[in-house]
Structures are given as C-alpha cells and as structure tokens.
Design a protein around this ligand. Sequence first.
Ligand code: 5GP
Ligand code: ZN
Length: 137
Amino acid sequence: MRADDCIFCKIANGEIPSATLYEDEDFRVILDLGPASKGHALILPKEHAANLYELPDELAARAMVVAKKVASVLKDGLKCDGMNIVQNNGEPAGQTVFHFHMHLIPRYKGDSEHVRVTWDPGKLTEEDKQELLGLFS
Ligand code: 5GP
Ligand code: ZN
C-alpha cells in the first residue's frame, strides 16, 4: 500500500529516482539528500506507514536486519568510528517526512561539532519511575 502525495512512497517504489545503496522486496535504502555526515543513509519500507506505531511487526523486525546489513557495509567501507541509528516519530521528535524511516549516520572522531545526536541528561525521579513501571504492569 502506498499513500498518494508521500514522497518516500514514490522514492521507495522507484517512481522518483534516488541514490539506492540497497533494495529488496520490502525496503529501499537511499542516501539522505541533506547528510549529517558522509554515508548518511535512510531505510525506507516500500509499504506506507507514517511512523513506527503504524509499521507492521514483521517489517519492524526486518528493518533492523536491513539496518545491520547496510551499517556493516558502511562501517567497513568508510572506516567510520561509530554509527548512530536514529528513528524519529512525530514533529516534536524531529520527524519531517511522515513515512517511517530509519537514519544510519556514520560517525567520525571529532565530528560532534556539526553532528549532534544527543541530549542533556535529566534525573529519574521516584514519581516518574513508579508511573512508568505502572504502564507495563
Ligand atoms: P526526519 O527528519 O523525518 O527524521 O528525516 C527526513 C530526512 O529525509 C532528512 O534527513 C532529509 O534530509 C531527508 N530527505 C527529505 N527529502 C528527501 C528526498 O527527497 N530525498 C532524499 N534522499 N532525502 C530526503
Ligand atoms: Zn509513504
């Protein structure tokens, strides 16, 4: 299933050309047009899901296998020093394209001046901990 007016549906299904690193029946992995670093790639399912919550379990599981495969080739080929896997859901989380995708961001020593995948650590309160544990009990 694809959504009309979804640019990643069109790219994933080959209607819009892209620099494709990897493709199988369910996924296309492309180079990001605005890379955070050399090798920044996006894993796109061919089926439309706006975000992780909508993604079928089987595709969610397979996305991580594709991530492992492509990240390994990037790591060996680019000799990068690290790799961030980022997946944004919702505007406040930084999602700008509302078709599920995973970012593979190769990291290089000393790149943190212009590549930031980080936050200021807070402190886990007892109240929050109890509330959160309660969600799963
Ligand atoms: P998000 O912010 O939704 O997690 O990530 C969207 C990503 O898609 C951004 O890193 C952006 O640079 C990339 N992007 C947006 N439009 C296009 C496009 O048409 N082609 C490619 N290859 N990347 C795109
Ligand atoms: Zn789509």
